[in-house]
Design a protein around this ligand. Structure first.
Ligand SMILES: Cc1cc2nc3c(=O)[nH]c(=O)nc-3n(C[C@H](O)[C@H](O)[C@H](O)COP(=O)(O)OP(=O)(O)OC[C@H]3O[C@@H](n4cnc5c(N)ncnc54)[C@H](O)[C@@H]3O)c2cc1C
Length: 397
């Protein structure tokens, strides 16, 4: 059995960032990841053909100057010079088969009457629907803004806590307001995984954990055997709940309360000359089979364009491909390559702050059990890294 100071289950940005803090502190750390690559929703698969290379973001696509904890890690990994700007192409609505600007769809008089509420209304204890309907007006919220909100976690967000959707955080002045990285966001995941003292094992689907004589023991169906004094679970809440059932039933039950949604993402790569659609950052289509189409036009390429359709779960391949061809205005024969991915995102509801306070109270006596992920302070990359940082701090006391 391979002995470690820390074993991290889940190799998305939450697990990677927690592992980063552990190895910085000199702890022997191992990450176990179920998929064949690390990154989770921070995934930029690469495609190459005839000497030409291209990458596509299958999940997250944008980082901001306010991602201070992430930026610290990026700097330590020597990745700051890999930060690149995103081209200024618009986020648009796709309605009646046409691309429309957001402003063109807003009812301006309703917006002007409502917008002063921005300066007086507080987000606390308000749902996204109740808060933003008052800020932009009920019709503007229902017909325009709500679809943009739904596109963020690829599910209906009416009941999400308003203060967890978009947070205002202190920004760094020396970094672009919004950016990505040369070779995509996953290059950051790869840089972290290369840190000295960190072992990363992929294709390790952890399905049970034992706690024996003060050590966590993990045996994977793939034959891996790992032990550690400290266990980090950086998997979706339902997986973490399942893994804790036999060893910490109270925490497992508490995690089991949360809900999450699967996002069925299909990326298509098309030669530039085969598509005439004008460059966009994303298309959002109200009441469609997809929540959003995120484009690679934000980092233009000489040869290819790429589009990731974030579909509602449960659709068959034919329905997905038909919609792709309708939206892009091309036949599937013009698609050179496709990539599929399922991402899991939390379904947050009012009362989440109370759930979180109870979680942290329960973990107070569990110094060697750390829980991180995108279902604590929020789902943005920086929320994940912040959670990992505070969990690391809790362990170190
Ligand atoms: C479509 C989309 C777009 C987004 N866009 C942005 C954006 O632009 N900016 C932003 O800040 N945020 C964005 N987000 C949110 C952000 O990307 C995610 O919340 C964040 O990457 C989640 O990281 P995580 O490590 O918590 O979870 P995940 O990335 O889901 O990682 C969990 C990992 O655990 C692994 N795992 C699961 N079960 C097991 C098991 N039993 N054994 C071993 N491993 C297991 C999974 O394979 C996965 O790799 C986006 C999310 C999505 C889905």
């Amino acid at each position: 059995m391979m002995q470690n100071d820390v074993v991290v289950v889940g190799g998305g940005i939450s697990g990677l960032s927690l592992a980063f803090y552990c190895v910085q502190a000199g702890m022997k750390t191992t990450i176990l990841e179920k998929n064949d690559t690390i990154g989770g929703s921070f995934a930029s698969p690469h495609y190459s053909a005839n000497g030409k290379k291209f990458w596509l973001e299958m999940g997250a696509h944008t980082c901001y100057s306010s991602y201070q904890n992430l930026l610290e890690i990026v700097e330590t990994c020597g990745m700051k010079s890999n930060i690149i700007p995103r081209a200024k192409v618009p986020f648009t609505l796709f309605k009646d088969g046409q691309i429309k600007s957001i402003v063109s769809q807003l009812n301006i008089p309703e917006l002007l009457v409502s917008i002063p509420n921005l300066f007086t209304l507080k987000k606390d204890s308000q749902s996204v629907k109740s808060y933003y309907s008052k800020i932009v007006g009920e019709r503007n919220y229902r017909e325009v803004l709500s679809h943009f909100f739904n596109a963020v976690p690829s599910q209906r967000t009416d009941d999400f806590p308003a203060d967890m959707m978009f947070k205002s955080r202190a920004k760094r002045k020396d970094v672009l307001k919004n950016y990505t990285f040369k070779n995509g966001l996953q290059s950051v995941a790869q840089a972290i995984s290369g840190r000295s003292g960190l072992n990363v094992f992929t294709n390790q689907n952890v399905n049970s954990i034992q706690y024996v004589d003060g050590l966590y023991e993990i045996r994977t169906p793939e034959g891996g055997e790992y032990s550690a004094k400290t266990l980090v679970l950086a998997t979706p809440s339902s997986v973490s709940s399942q893994l804790l059932k036999g060893i910490k039933p109270d925490v497992a039950n508490h995690l089991g309360i949360l809900k999450a949604a699967d996002v069925d993402s299909l990326g298509v790569i098309v030669r530039k000359e085969n598509i005439s659609m004008k460059p966009v950052a994303a298309l959002i289509s109200p009441d469609d089979v997809f929540f959003s189409v995120v484009s690679r036009d934000t980092v233009p390429d000489d040869n290819y364009r790429g589009f990731v359709f974030h579909f509602k779960p449960g659709l068959d391949e034919k329905t997905k491909k038909n919609r792709i061809t309708e939206v892009l205005g091309i036949t599937m024969a013009k698609v050179e390559h496709t990539i599929s991915k399922i991402n899991t995102v939390p379904t947050l509801q009012l009362g989440h702050h109370e759930w979180l306070a109870k979680t942290d109270a329960m973990l107070k006596k569990e110094k060697n059990l750390l829980l991180t992920g995108n279902y604590f302070g929020g789902m943005a990359i920086e929320d994940c890294v912040s959670r990992s940082r505070s969990e690391f701090g809790r362990m170190k006391g």
